[in-house]
Design a protein. Structure first.
Length: 318
C-alpha cells in the first residue's frame, strides 16, 4: 500500500497508520512528510477549483482537511460568484448584483454596464432613434452601425413614400377610401369621400365599406377579398349617402402597404348620371316614340331571342 493523505488530511504510511512526525522512515530510508502532504493537498485543491469551473453544480463541498483554509475558501466563493454572473449574462440577465471587488469585479461590472446600455440602445433604435452608435465591441460595433444606417435610410424612404401618398390622397378630387380587406373597415377617407357620402370624418372611420352599399354584405365582402387576392379589382355597386340618396358607383381597388398592414385603396366613381343616360338610350333604341311600345327593332330582337330559347327547348315549341 502506498503512502498518502486520508480524507481528514492526515498523512498515513503504507499500512494506513498515521504519521505525525515531521519525518518518517520507509524501506528506502528517511523521507520528509510535509512536502508530500502539501503536494497532495494542492492536488485536492486544484481538483475542487476545476470542479467549480467545469461542473454545472451550483455548490461544491470542500474536503474536511481543506475546509479550514480561508484563502482557498475565498477563491472558491469568488469563482462561484463569477460563474453565476457569467451564466446569468449568457442567458440575457444583466441585472445581477456583482459583489466582487478588484480587477475581476470591476471588469464584470463594466461588461454588465456595456450590455445594459446596448440593450437600451437597441430599444431606442426599435423606437426610431437611428442616432445610436456602439463603440466598445469591435466588429460588432461596425455591424451595428451598418444596420442602423440601413434602417435609417429605409425609414426615410418609407416616410417619403407615405408623405407622397398622403399628399396625393388628400389633394385629389377623386373619391378615395382606404379599406382593411380583413374586416372591410374604413381606415381612411379623403375629403372628396367625406363630401360625397356626407358623413363626418370621425363617424366614417368607424364604419365598414359594406355599410355604405345597398348590396348584400356577403357580396361586398367577397368582392373585397377577391380584389385583395388578385391584386386589383373592379366592380359596380349601389352606395347610400348619409342623406339616404342612392348612387350608382364603379369601384376600382389596388393594394397599398401601410407599415405592416396590407390594405386596399378604393377609388370610387359616381356613375349615376351615366347609368341614367344608358337607360335612356336603351329606352329610345327599343321603344316607339308615338305608342310607347316596343319598336320594330326591339320586336325582332325579342322574337329572335324567344325563337332561340324555344329551339333549345326542343319539340315543346308547339
Amino acid at each position: 500500500m502506498l503512502s498518502g493523505v486520508d480524507s481528514k488530511g492526515i498523512y498515513v504510511n503504507g499500512d494506513g497508520d498515521p504519521m505525525t512526525d515531521s519525518k518518517a522512515t520507509d524501506p528506502g530510508g528517511e523521507v520528509s512528510v510535509e512536502p508530500v502532504v502539501e503536494e497532495l493537498q494542492l492536488d485536492a485543491a486544484l481538483r475542487v477549483i476545476s470542479e467549480v469551473l467545469l461542473s454545472p453544480r451550483r455548490a461544491v463541498a470542500l474536503p474536511e482537511y481543506l475546509s479550514t483554509d480561508e484563502d482557498l475558501g475565498q477563491i472558491i466563493d469568488a469563482l462561484l460568484q463569477v460563474r453565476s454572473i457569467v451564466f446569468a449574462m449568457a442567458n440575457g440577465d444583466f441585472s445581477r448584483n456583482i459583489p466582487l471587488k478588484g480587477f475581476l469585479g470591476g471588469s464584470l461590472k463594466a461588461l454588465q454596464a456595456h450590455l445594459n446600455h446596448l440593450s437600451w440602445q437597441t430599444k431606442m433604435v426599435a423606437q426610431g432613434d437611428f442616432s445610436q452608435r456602439v463603440d466598445f465591441m469591435g466588429e460588432f460595433s461596425e455591424s451595428f452601425h451598418a444596420m442602423v444606417v440601413q434602417l435609417a435610410e429605409a425609414h426615410r424612404k418609407l416616410a417619403a413614400s407615405e408623405e407622397r401618398y398622403r399628399s396625393f390622397f388628400a389633394s385629389t378630387e377623386a373619391i378615395k377610401l382606404i379599406v382593411n380587406p380583413q374586416d372591410c373597415a374604413i381606415v381612411d377617407a379623403n375629403s372628396s369621400a367625406i363630401e360625397f357620402f356626407g358623413y363626418e370624418r370621425e363617424q366614417m372611420l368607424t364604419m365598414r365599406i359594406n355599410e355604405l352599399s345597398a348590396r348584400p354584405v356577403d357580396d361586398i365582402e367577397q368582392k373585397i377579398k377577391a380584389a385583395q387576392e388578385s391584386g386589383k379589382g373592379r366592380f359596380v355597386s349601389h352606395y347610400y349617402a348619409a342623406s339616404g340618396e342612392l348612387f350608382d358607383v364603379e369601384v376600382y381597388t389596388s393594394p397599398i402597404v401601410f407599415g405592416d398592414n396590407e390594405l386596399l385603396m378604393c377609388s370610387i366613381q359616381d356613375i349615376t348620371e351615366r347609368k341614367k343616360m344608358e337607360e335612356k338610350l336603351q329606352f329610345m333604341a327599343t321603344t316607339d316614340s308615338l305608342t310607347g311600345l316596343n319598336n320594330r327593332f326591339q320586336f325582332l330582337t325579342l322574337g329572335r331571342l324567344y325563337f332561340e330559347a324555344a329551339t333549345r327547348a326542343g319539340p315543346r315549341l308547339a
